[in-house]
Design a protein around this ligand. Structure first.
Ligand SMILES: [Mg+2]
Length: 244
């Protein structure tokens, strides 16, 4: 055995009290200390018609061209970032208008309160990351009756799918990202953010839209997929060490 390899082997052997201990440790479930939620379409029932909003901002033709190049979805905020100030202002007004309509119809997602009660009972921290504005988070907190902390809105830059907001929450909690799971209904924002940060990811896919063939080629796979928030508890119980 080459010297380097034999040294590495010895190190592994000596750092391991016994093989029995080793086999226990590799089958051990990961410890879960925190859950970070997306807001729109995850903790609240989706009411914003994103396709209509994108078309209103981009125009039908540009929308069709962009969606054909981005099968997993459009990053509208990123897309308008380099527009001229006038054009950008108009786009933000259209987005704000759609978001305002969404707020008026805000509804808490079924299963959200029960899941949060379960997490609280296990002393698992709850955070929130949204690409929506702080005003929307404040209204959600008011309606939900209990706060997520930290709750980062669009004012925190860079926003999802950048991992920065999730890494910020992990740092605030003093948890390693591998002790945290990101749950959201968007593959391109929530799952991408979670994976880039090194956290576990759970995709909420209520309608089974991510089962369609167009997503086969998308190189982004969540660790878990659920069709409702009520399924999350059993996923966590089956896959993680939740002893508080
Ligand atoms: Mg969402």
């Amino acid at each position: 055995m080459p010297l380097l390899l034999s040294r590495a082997f010895c190190f592994l052997q000596s750092s391991r009290p016994s093989m029995a201990h080793f086999s226990t440790s590799i089958t051990q479930k990961a410890r879960l200390k925190g859950v970070v939620f997306d807001m729109d379409g995850t903790l609240t029932v989706p009411v914003i018609n994103f396709t209509a909003m994108y078309k209103a901002v981009l125009g039908d033709q540009e929308y069709a061209s962009i969606i054909s190049q981005n099968p997993s979805g459009i990053d509208i905020l990123h897309h308008i970032e380099n527009w001229s100030p006038d054009k950008q202002q108009k786009a933000y007004e259209i987005i704000a208008d759609y978001e305002r309509q969404g707020l008026e119809r805000l509804q808490i997602m079924p299963g959200a309160a029960e899941l949060c009660g379960f997490l609280d009972s296990k002393e698992i921290r709850r955070g929130l990351i949204t690409r929506n504005v702080k005003e929307a988070v404040d209204l959600f907190h008011l309606r939900f009756g209990t706060a997520f902390s930290p709750a980062l809105s669009r004012e925190f830059r860079p926003y999802k799918p950048d991992p920065a907001p999730l890494l910020h929450i992990c740092a605030t909690w003093d948890f390693h990202p591998s002790e945290v799971i990101m749950i959201g209904d968007s593959l391109k924002d929530d799952v991408a953010c979670g994976k880039r940060a090194g956290a576990f990811t759970c995709l909420l896919d209520e309608t089974g839209r991510y089962d369609s063939p167009e997503f086969d080629s998308v190189d982004l796979k969540p660790n878990f997929k659920v069709s409702s928030l009520t399924e999350v508890r059993s996923v966590l119980e089956a896959n993680f060490d939740l002893i508080s």
